[in-house]
Write a protein that binds this ligand. Structure first.
Ligand SMILES: [Zn+2]
Length: 283
């Protein structure tokens, strides 16, 4: 049973000033999932928004813990429908996650970190400008955080926009990344995260058939617990998310409803990206 009363429909503002008017069901109908990338300093202007200073990160986490939330990895969050559970996820497995894992551990929190297997121990060359030099954890660092209770999931093999790839290529990317992670870490790998968030029905089928049991997109919203486990919406936490706004974020979301209009707009955008990708690779 929920331990806090049902939340009435709200018309409030998030930190960007967007008005939130989405009616809320009971709090435990939703699973808030936080999305982080890098926890560090010194990113270039294009990536700066996605890099949270470690001191701020600690305060963001501690604000939720102090408010009575339980912060856990993706599989643990899906397995445990308890109220006030929050999933915590990190895309790309940057090397600075080793420090973030220490902060999480000190606060008694878990998380899932999603690794793109081809880039393990290498640099994030898909990023632009100076950020291409950001390092991805190597296998010993991934094994170290896994041993400390962090869930390691897959972020694909080559960090490509999956939904523009032909179905066979999508299946190969997904299955290869899972096989490599399971072999190197010696444990089952349950969670997937779509690179850049992009996914289609074929992508979701590929991930399910490869043996994963959940997958995250971006979504800018709260995941409904009775919704699609292969299209889990997340809340973006950036370097300008104030600790005092964290509870509002996990209760009310980011105020971008997943409307039919938004979903329909994804199709022409995908066709454009697909044409661009296959022109670039010459196939
Ligand atoms: Zn990524």
């Amino acid at each position: 049973m929920p331990s806090i009363p049902a939340v009435p429909p709200v018309a409030s503002k998030n930190q960007r000033g967007d008005t939130l008017t989405t009616p809320r069901a009971r709090p435990d109908d939703y699973l808030p999932v936080l999305m982080f990338h890098s926890i560090g300093r010194g990113a270039g202007p294009e990536f700066r928004r996605w890099q949270v200073d470690p001191g701020l990160f600690q305060e963001q986490i501690e604000a939720l813990v102090a408010a009575g939330y339980r912060l856990v990895g993706m599989s643990a969050a899906l397995d445990d429908p308890a109220d006030r559970t929050v999933g915590v996820t990190f895309d790309d497995a940057y090397q600075d996650f080793v420090e973030a894992a220490g902060i999480l551990r000190s606060a008694g929190c878990g998380a899932t970190v999603y690794a793109p297997t081809r880039y393990v121990g290498a640099e994030a060359s898909w990023l632009a400008g100076p950020d291409t030099g950001l390092s991805i954890m190597d296998w010993s660092e991934l094994a170290e955080v896994a041993a400390a209770g962090i869930e390691v999931g897959s972020h694909g093999h080559t960090h490509l926009e999956m939904d523009v790839l032909r179905a066979g290529r999508q299946r190969a990317e997904v299955a290869l990344s899972r096989r490599i992670l399971q072999t190197r870490l010696g444990q089952p790998v349950r969670s997937f995260c779509y690179p850049h968030g992009y996914n289609s029905a074929a992508t979701r089928a590929a991930v399910r058939d490869a043996g994963f049991d959940s997958a995250c997109e971006v979504g800018f919203g709260l995941h409904r617990r009775d919704g699609d486990r292969f299209a889990i919406r997340r809340l973006i936490v950036t370097n300008d998310t104030r600790p005092e706004d964290m509870e509002h974020l996990v209760r009310f979301g980011q105020g971008v409803p997943d409307t039919a209009l938004r979903r329909a707009a994804r199709i022409p955008w995908r066709l454009y990206r697909r044409a661009k990708f296959y022109t670039a690779v010459g196939k």
